[in-house]
Design a protein around this ligand. Structure first.
Ligand code: GLN
Ligand code: ZN
Length: 733
């Protein structure tokens, strides 16, 4: 029995990766210093692996993103990877590749565009270089299917034809690795956990029948189970990595059909996506069970790459010790693998006993009142008092908005000054009063700006918020924060997920002060701004002792209290953002209904306002047609969505689905510094109005404006308001 770990965070214990990259971009770190720094980080990573596990991959390190590296390796971008500026140009230059979420995680990868004519050519020997430098490791690759499946431009029917030429390139590389002495090659194929058309399955089989003869491959699947294990069993592979934490069906399959004796079973038994310590005793039992089902050699490993965890809990001095006891980040996961092996080979020890003892949680984490509130929910508690059509009448009478009402998504530019003041307040350099005064001044300014622009529904600007989840999580009980628990989101960007460990409740109003202040300054309606329960859950580490939907319901109820307080303060509209509604969805379609059922219910708990209060929600993605039905389930009065970058896809979705509520398809792209002209906005609107009746059409940007500059925002919004006026002139009567 061996231990194997992969995907260890590249960020470094003190976010060295971020500092190096950003230092280089700002011209403060030389290219040599960057290379040396990254090499040092890589050496530390490998040493950490070595300290705990028997085997590990080499070549995982990247300067930006492994998918980008794979694309360069395959010859899709004619850059010399040693030319740092050319490399970073692809990642973050003016013509950078688009970025999208990696499976249902919060990591973003760079997306390559392919066509059926795309040709591949081995253009970078990255895995070979890594292996030569460190021959003790197992060379690491992203597999051909995952690469193709996650690229854009191909229809599902076109994909299989590209597997064949791609296999040649991979074959060439694998042969080189084998010649250099590689005993195994680590091939990541998480896309095997998706739903696969049969034509893809056939292409995978053909590809790996060939590739398996080039070198001994261990194919890693994770994030969910694989529906075609019998096919993998038959392929000439040296081993298969299976996620046994999130892929319970994998376990069932092995239970029923065993596992081939001639392959290594890399058993993903410690969680790579959540932070709760592994119950070693139970997992040891599970491994013994596997051993009774197969003669195969078993490697104990992580389920899912460890990069979804922060580096280590060691520096967390402010966490409740009882909580710190119970969590494991990446380094602690490696330790768990080591302990697990000891437990299985030599029996229980002091250390394994201690590690197992965490489970019984402390009472002060739990609130009977919160639990009872969720337990007592009846079906009608999820529904608003009146159906949409009747609410709509009341809301129109109350709000008296023009045709094509204009609004924004919530945030306005977070200038360096705003960030400095927030920081100064956090570190105690200015008093609460001074800070509050500052925020009020910002709100006064943004209200004045919006009035001058002639927007119809105003917002307070979100100046008091750093992050839309952190802001609410900090104000709720049962949620903790780490000091150093950073994860890479993309490039050098990091975020710190909150830890939902106990029953969640609101202790006092969270947004009423700022929202009511904004409303006091204007006759126009001000829209309250909340982050929805699904998004809070999706961007946090969540307790696992109760079902996730119960956690979401607790948060939904806390937000409902907030909505009630906003109503009492005279706020007529509340927007509940759910940008993670779609992304939290399970990988396999078969699991969607049950997920979206609780997700919609959690949202509806939060949104259970009076009929005359208008509830908005916002999400920022395209790929709309597949989820529109589930968005309908949310029963929001108005949805605002991203529409400008998706080139008509969103509009098409509404052509095929009879969505009866109000919609604000973003009419300009907030991710671009370009100021949209009145004409370009009108063009988008004219397209939209063909599918969305004019009475239901809201006019807004496609996301929050916090990353933009005021100089960009003012003319963009001015043009948007002007475009709405022209549209009214054309269609109003
Ligand atoms: N209200 C938020 C904002 O404007 C929404 C952000 C988001 O959708 N990601 O910033
Ligand atoms: Zn958005």
């Amino acid at each position: 029995m061996r231990t194997y770990a992969y995907g260890y965070p590249r960020l470094g214990e003190n976010r060295e990766f971020k500092r190096l990259l950003e230092g280089y971009w700002q011209g403060k770190v030389s290219s040599d210093a960057l290379r040396e720094g990254i090499a040092e980080l890589e050496a530390t990573r490998l040493q950490t692996y070595q300290a705990f596990v028997d085997a590990y991959p080499v070549g995982e390190m990247t300067l930006y993103d492994p998918m980008l590296d794979t694309a360069i390796m395959l010859g899709l971008h004619p850059v010399d990877p040693n030319n740092l500026d050319a490399y970073f140009e692809l990642a973050r230059g003016a013509n950078a590749l688009p970025m999208t979420k990696w499976f249902n995680t919060n990591y973003h990868y760079l997306v390559s565009h392919l066509t059926p004519q795309t040709e591949f050519r081995l253009s970078w020997h990255k895995p070979l270089h890594a292996y030569r430098k460190h021959p003790k490791g197992i060379p690491y690759l992203i597999g051909p299917y995952t690469f193709l499946r996650l690229s854009r431009g191909l229809t599902p029917e076109e994909l299989p034809a590209l597997m064949e030429p791609l296999t040649h390139v991979y074959g060439e590389l694998l042969s080189l690795l084998k010649e250099s002495g590689a005993k195994y090659v680590h091939v990541d194929e998480p896309a095997f956990a998706l739903d696969l058309p049969t034509s893809h399955l056939r292409a995978i089989r053909e590809a790996y029948e060939r590739l398996g003869t080039n070198a001994p491959l261990i194919v890693f699947t994770y994030y969910d189970s694989v529906d075609f294990l019998p096919v993998l069993y038959d392929l000439p592979l040296a081993g298969i990595g299976l996620d046994l934490v999130h892929g319970k069906r994998n376990l069932q399959h092995i239970g029923q059909f065993g596992f081939p004796a001639d392959k290594i079973l890399v058993a993903g038994v410690v969680d790579g996506r959540n932070v709760w310590k592994t119950p070693l005793g139970e997992v040891a039992e599970l491994v013994r069970n596997l051993q009774s089902r197969t003669q195969a050699e078993i490697w104990l490993s992580n389920a899912a790459p460890l990069m979804h965890l922060p580096v280590t809990v060691e520096p967390e001095t402010k966490l409740d010790p009882a909580l710190k006891e119970r969590i494991a980040f990446a380094k602690e996961r490696l330790h768990e693998l080591q302990l697990l092996k000891t437990l299985l080979t030599t029996g229980e020890t002091e250390a394994t006993r201690a590690w197992n003892a965490y489970q019984h949680a402390t009472d002060h984490w739990y609130s009977q009142a919160v639990q009872e509130r969720v337990a007592n929910l009846r079906p009608e508690d999820f529904e608003r008092a009146l159906p949409y059509a009747e609410r709509d009448k009341l809301q129109r009478a109350r709000l008296n908005l023009p045709l094509f009402p204009t609004t924004t998504i919530g945030s306005f530019p977070q200038t360096p000054e705003v960030r400095q003041m927030r920081q100064a307040y956090r570190t105690g350099k200015i008093s609460a009063e001074e800070y509050e005064q500052f925020i009020q001044d910002q709100i006064r300014h943004v209200i004045q700006v919006q009035e001058e622009l002639g927007l119809d529904v105003l917002v307070h600007g979100e100046f008091e918020r750093t992050d839309m989840v952190e802001f609410f999580a900090e104000k709720m009980e049962g949620i903790a924060f780490t000091q150093q628990g950073w994860l890479l989101s993309y490039g050098s960007r990091v975020y710190r997920p909150p830890l939902i460990y106990g029953d969640v409740a609101r202790t006092q109003p969270m947004t009423v002060k700022e929202t009511a202040f904004a409303q006091s300054l204007t006759q126009k309606p001000v829209k309250g701004m909340l982050t929805g329960p699904v998004t809070i859950v999706a961007w946090s580490f969540v307790r696992e002792d109760i079902p996730v939907e119960q956690v979401a319901f607790q948060i939904g109820l806390a937000l409902q209290d907030e909505v009630r307080d906003l109503e009492a303060a005279g706020i007529p509209i509340v927007q509940i953002d759910e940008p993670a509604y779609r992304e939290k969805a399970p990988l396999k379609r078969a699991d969607w209904e049950s997920y979206f059922r609780w997700a919609a219910q959690a949202f509806k708990l939060a949104a259970r306002a009076k009929p005359e209060t208008q509830i908005h929600t916002h999400m920022c993605y395209s790929e709309f047609s597949v989820v529109l039905k589930y968005i309908d389930w949310m029963d929001a009065d108005v949805i605002t969505i991203e529409a400008t970058r998706s080139k008509g896809e969103v509009i098409e979705a509404f052509e095929h689905y009879n969505y009866a509520r109000q919609i604000g398809p973003g009419v300009f792209d907030v991710h671009s510094p370009v100021v949209p002209s009145v004409e370009s906005i009108l063009t988008v609107m004219e397209r939209v109005i063909r599918v969305i009746p004019k009475e239901r059409f809201w006019v807004n940007p496609d996301c929050g404006l916090k990353t933009r500059k005021w100089e960009e925002v003012i003319p963009a919004l001015r043009n948007m308001v002007e475009a709405a006026r022209q549209l009214r002139a054309r269609y109003g009567s």
